[in-house]
Design a protein around this ligand. Structure first.
Ligand code: A2P
Length: 272
């Protein structure tokens, strides 16, 4: 699979497998195992998804070399609020049963995110994390962080899909050399996006599924999508996107579908 380069030179596979909502136990383990057996080399979990143990089991059972898998997890607000930043990281690597993670993210710009960011910097310098970043940070959060940080986040993971393309924030991140990962790249629970007439028409012209068109659209605008599925055929289809490309007119038509309406959780408790 093709990859992007992070600002510290680390390569990151250009599509990741998302496991938010995959239930701890057989559902999460089988989905991750299926992904690893079918070409995904990049898995995105989080402490709050409550499936790190199953993700770790799938990695073990895949018999792939640990170095060949790019693994991300995230520090949750509750640990931050309690000042348990390092403990949160250690709990995650114990559950995942790995010696290091490739990418560790601050999950939300919860109040007081400077201290945990310094903890991530420290863990990075100790070699326990190959790259560090943030998630759900807006421009003003990134600017505030930059005033105190020694290391600029290498990644910002944010919601982006056809109806909420988040392009302004993406452009800002790319200008700063921050790789952007898209959560809910297919629209999450808003499956209406996958039935949009413009997308259906492009998909039929190219003999691809709508999901494949959307994933390709993310890649062609320099974004790293994290599609999730617990359905084998969809898991396989969602990375079969390297044998075609979208024309400029197609890209423009998809960009024009933006409604600027997030489908995800933008709760006032999490965003300030
Ligand atoms: P399922 O797990 O039943 O396959 P997102 O990645 O934007 O969060 O979207 C994930 C949602 O879209 C999941 O509910 C997933 O359901 C569904 N999904 C994933 N891949 C496809 C696909 N190729 N076609 C249709 N729906 C998909």
């Amino acid at each position: 699979m093709e990859s992007y380069k992070l600002s510290n030179g680390v390569s990151i596979p250009c599509i990741g497998f998302g496991v938010c909502n995959a239930k701890e136990g057989l559902e999460a383990k089988n989905a991750v195992l299926c992904a690893l057996q079918n070409g995904y080399m990049h898995i995105d979990t989080a402490m709050i998804y409550n499936n790190e143990f199953s993700v770790g089991q799938a990695i073990k059972e895949s018999h792939l070399n640990r170095e060949d898998i790019f693994l991300t997890t995230k520090l949750w607000n509750e640990d931050i609020n309690k000042g348990l930043n390092r403990e949160g990281f250690e709990r995650s690597i114990n559950l995942l049963n790995v010696a290091y993670v490739d990418l560790y993210l601050l999950h939300w710009p919860t109040e007081g995110y400077i201290e945990p960011w310094k903890c991530l910097e420290q863990l990075y310098l100790e070699g326990k994390i190959k790259a560090i970043g943030v998630s759900n940070f807006r421009k003003h959060h990134l600017e505030a962080l930059a005033k105190h940080a020694s290391i600029i986040p290498m990644v910002n993971q944010i919601e982006s899909n056809v109806y909420f393309n988040n392009q302004e924030l993406i452009d800002y991140c790319l200008q700063q050399g921050i790789v952007v990962q898209a959560w809910s790249p297919l629209g999450g629970h808003n499956t209406a996006q996958l039935k949009n007439d413009v997308l259906v028409d492009i998909a039929s012209q190219l003999n691809k599924s709508v999901a494949q068109i959307v994933i390709r659209w993310h890649l062609q605008r320099g974004v790293l999508p994290l599609p999730k599925s617990v359905t084998k055929q969809r898991i396989i289809d969602n990375i079969d996107v390297f044998d075609f490309s979208l024309s400029k007119d197609m890209m423009d038509a998809i960009n024009a579908l933006n409604k600027n309406k997030p489908v995800g959780l933008y709760d006032k408790d999490y965003i300030f």
